[in-house]
Design a protein around this ligand. Structure first.
Ligand SMILES: *Cc1c(COP(=O)(O)O)cnc(C)c1O
Length: 381
C-alpha cells in the first residue's frame, strides 16, 4: 500500500465536506432547488474577491477565464501590455495573438518580479494601451508580481484596465479588488478554492464593463455580459457545472468560517515555513524577488535532476509535487502549500524532499535539518 499526498500547484486536495456535498444526487439548474446555491455563491464570491461587483462563474479551466478577459474587453488591433515572467505570462501573448490583439511584451527574467517602473514607462509613452495583463502569482516560477503598485498605474487611466490572473493568488494573499482598483480578477477552481478542476471565475469592475460594451473581439460562450445579465436574476446563461457549484458553495462556507485574514496568514506561514525549511536543508529557493505564498519553486542541488526528485517523491512516497516547465525542466521542482493545506502538508513535503535527495546522493545538511527549521516556524502561533 502507498498513501497518496497531493502537493502540486493544482489540482489541490479537496476537503471531505466538499466531496460529500458533491456526492449528493444531481439537482436541476433551472429548478428552485438551485436558486439558494446561486444566491450563496454570488454573495460569497463577492466577499472572496472583496468587491461589490458580480463575479462570473464559467464552466472551463482557468484558461477560459484568461481568454474571456481578452475577448470581452479588447478589439482586434488594440494594444495591451503583457507581463511575461513564466509559462502563464506567456499565455497572455498567445491568447492576445489568437484574437488579433497586439501584445506589448514586458519580458521578465524567470525568477524575478516585474519592474513596475518599466510598465509605468510604457504606459506613459503610449496612451493607446488599453490593458495591462499580469499574473499575481506566476505558478511556473513561484514568483509574485506587485499588483497593488500596478493597480496604482492603471487606476487613473479611463481607458486602460488592469487584468490579473490570480489563479494561484486569490484566496492565498490579500487582493482587494475594489480597494486597489483591479479591473478584471481571475481565478480557477482547482487551486486555492479547494474544489476539483472545471470552473473559472472572473470579477469585472465598472470601468471594464464600459470597455466591454465597445470591445469587438468575437465571443459567444464566454460572453461575460450575457453571463452577468443572467446571474443578477439568479440564473445562468448556459447549463452550469451544477456539481462543482455545489462543491463551491461548501468550500466558500469553509472559507468564510476561517475568515480572509486567517486564510492569508495561514498561507503566509506555510509558505515561509516551506522556504525556510528547504533552506534549512541547504537548498536554494528559485524566486529572486517576491516569492509566491501559494507555491515554492526550489532549485535542485548541483548534479541532481529536478525531474528525478519529482519522480522519486511520487514513486517512493506517493507525494505528487510538480517538476519544472520549459527552461526550468530538470532545474527545479515545485511544492504547493495552497488551499486545503496545513502544518503537516509542509512537514510531509520537506521531509519527503530530504529523504528523496538523500537517496539520490545529496551531500548537504543532515536529514531532519529542514524539518526542524520548519517546525520551529510552525510551532509559533
Ligand atoms: C493553473 C493556472 C492557470 C490556469 O490553468 P488551467 O490549466 O487552464 O486551469 C492560469 N494561470 C496560472 C497562474 C495558473 O497557476
Amino acid at each position: 500500500m502507498k498513501k497518496q499526498y497531493l502537493l502540486a500547484p493544482g489540482p489541490t486536495p479537496v476537503p471531505p465536506d466538499v466531496l460529500l456535498a458533491m456526492a449528493k444526487p444531481i439537482i436541476h439548474h433551472r429548478s428552485p432547488d438551485f436558486i439558494p446555491v446561486i444566491q450563496q455563491v454570488r454573495a460569497d464570491l463577492k466577499w472572496l474577491f472583496q468587491t461589490t461587483q458580480e463575479v462570473l462563474t464559467i464552466a472551463g479551466s482557468g484558461t477560459a477565464g484568461m481568454e474571456a478577459s481578452i475577448s470581452n474587453f479588447m478589439s482586434p488591433g488594440d494594444k495591451i501590455i503583457a507581463v511575461n515572467g513564466g509559462k502563464f505570462g506567456e499565455r497572455w501573448l498567445k491568447i492576445a495573438q489568437a484574437f488579433g490583439v497586439v501584445p506589448v511584451e514586458v519580458k521578465v527574467e524567470w525568477g524575478h518580479s516585474v519592474d513596475v517602473a518599466v510598465v509605468a514607462d510604457l504606459l506613459a509613452k503610449d496612451p493607446s494601451i488599453r490593458g495591462v495583463y499580469v499574473q499575481a502569482s506566476e505558478t511556473s516560477t513561484g514568483v509574485a508580481h506587485n499588483i497593488e503598485k500596478l493597480a496604482a498605474l492603471t487606476r487613473s487611466r479611463e481607458n486602460t484596465i488592469l487584468v490579473v490572473d490570480a489563479i494561484t493568488a486569490l484566496g492565498v494573499v490579500n487582493l482587494p479588488m475594489d480597494a486597489w482598483g483591479i479591473d478584471v480578477l481571475i481565478t480557477g477552481s482547482q487551486k486555492a478554492l479547494m474544489i476539483p478542476p472545471g470552473l473559472a471565475f472572473v470579477g469585472v469592475s465598472e470601468k471594464a464593463w464600459k470597455l466591454q460594451a465597445s470591445a469587438k473581439c468575437p465571443r459567444f460562450y464566454l460572453d461575460l455580459k450575457r453571463e452577468k445579465d443572467n446571474l443578477v436574476k439568479d440564473t445562468n446563461a448556459w447549463t452550469p457545472a451544477v456539481t462543482l457549484w455545489i462543491g463551491l458553495a461548501e468550500s466558500l462556507k469553509m472559507m468564510k468560517v476561517e475568515g480572509l485574514e486567517k486564510i492569508f496568514s495561514r498561507h503566509a506561514r506555510l509558505a515561509q515555513a516551506t522556504r525556510e525549511g528547504l533552506r534549512g536543508y541547504g537548498l536554494e529557493i528559485f524566486a529572486k524577488d517576491i516569492p509566491s505564498d501559494a507555491v515554492t519553486a526550489v532549485l535542485s542541488p548541483a548534479g541532481i535532476d529536478g525531474q528525478a526528485v519529482y519522480k522519486n517523491l511520487r514513486e517512493q512516497y506517493g507525494i505528487t509535487a510538480a517538476g519544472g516547465q520549459d527552461q526550468l525542466k530538470g532545474k527545479v521542482f515545485r511544492l504547493s502549500h495552497m488551499g486545503y493545506a496545513d502544518v503537516f502538508d509542509v512537514i510531509t513535503a520537506i521531509s519527503g524532499v530530504e529523504m528523496v535527495l538523500a537517496r539520490l546522493g545529496y551531500k548537504g545538511k543532515a536529514l531532519g535539518s529542514g524539518v526542524a527549521k520548519a517546525q520551529g516556524i510552525l510551532i509559533q502561533e
